[in-house]
Write a protein that binds this ligand. Structure first.
Ligand code: FES
Length: 335
């Protein structure tokens, strides 16, 4: 069950390939653009193979440009294998009509910090572009670290370089350059904040480095896109226990390209969700038994909680080498 279902129509006005794997979509909402601030995202309702899919995409660029032009811009990475969202988005061309909700913001940029370090990995650049441009325009001290697999995947780098100059540092796997988070954090002045958006390994590394430096947790903010884990996705089974009569439901297969949350919903097992990116914790289920290992892909649980394997985020986390018995808290109506 998805909370908040305020959906409106938006038309795809244009698409633009920023790289071989990242496409920007310009969306013109029928009801006009609502005011938003950097870090905001849109929720998009898609349909693939008869399934309803809900995805969140960060708004790209500056809010004032969006409002002036009457459009939202999002950028979507083509993911292989896709859980459905990116495949669906990449099929859309100009003229297509989407259902959207929002914008909402769970990743606000505090403007009072004396210094801001922005860290973006891959498609995690999407909310960070507007943040970097905003801070640069305000003359607020900022440094940005931007990592991608290859130089051509550093989308929006030209725009960032024009705004930030040598305050932008880029890193690519292809060139063998990596962000040294410990050194970057050590160089920050007191009171600095760090905002991070990227895949789970980058976020986990940033959280650990921030803790090692004994920096205040309130000065670290992050957002993920919840699709990538440390290991590849593989199918696993799930069984829903915890029924009032002690019965156990039949095992259900979770394919490699579907999330546990999607599969539970498809089988009529209602589970709360919101972000679907492993951040909010609304989709958490209890683990009653486990075969294999849990690939925790969320940033909601602490490292200790992940080690304990007592709960998992159904929207992003998976099992490798077997399956899991969960209690969703869902109790079907006996009538
Ligand atoms: S829906 Fe937010 S963590 Fe799963």
């Amino acid at each position: 069950m998805k909370i908040d279902d305020q959906w409106a129509e938006a038309r795809v006005e244009a698409t633009r390939d920023l790289s071989a794997t990242v496409r920007e979509f310009t969306l013109r909402p029928a009801a006009g653009v609502a005011p938003w601030n950097v870090g905001s995202h849109l929720r998009v309702r898609l349909s693939a193979d008869g399934q309803d899919l809900l995805r969140s995409y960060s708004l790209v660029g500056l809010p004032q440009d969006s409002v002036r032009d009457g459009v939202y811009r999002i950028a979507v990475k083509r993911v292989d294998p896709s859980r459905g969202g990116s495949r669906c988005m990449w099929r859309l061309s100009a003229g297509a009509v989407l259902r959207i909700a929002g914008p909402d913001n769970h990743f606000e940029l505090p403007l009072a910090a004396p210094f801001t370090l922005l860290v973006a990995g891959g498609i995690g650049i999407t909310p960070m572009l507007g943040m970097a441009l905003t801070l640069a325009r305000r003359g607020t001290p900022v440094r940005m670290l931007y990592a991608a697999r290859s130089p051509d995947e550093l989308v929006y780098a030209d725009r960032l370089r024009a705004a930030l100059g040598d305050r932008l540092a880029t890193f690519t796997d292809a060139e063998g350059t990596r962000i040294d988070l410990d050194a970057e954090i050590a160089a920050l002045p007191a009171g600095a904040q760090m905002l991070v958006c990227g895949p789970a390994p980058l976020l986990q590394g940033a959280q650990s480095a921030w803790q090692r430096a004994d920096r205040p947790t309130t000065a670290l903010r992050f957002e993920t896109f919840g699709s990538g884990g440390l290991k590849g996705a593989e199918p696993f089974w799930v069984q829903v226990g915890g029924q009032k009569d002690g019965r156990m439901a039949a095992r259900i297969e979770v394919p490699a390209d579907r999330s546990l949350l999607q599969v539970l919903a498809e089988h009529g097992i209602d589970t709360m969700s919101d972000c679907e990116r492993g951040e909010c914790g609304l989709c958490v289920v209890d683990v009653l038994a486990l075969e294999g290992e849990i690939d925790h892909r969320d940033v909601f649980f602490s490292a200790e909680e992940k080690c304990a394997n007592r709960r998992l985020c159904a929207c992003v986390s998976r099992v490798r080498g077997g399956g899991v018995v969960v209690d969703t808290g869902y109790r079907p109506d006996p009538n």
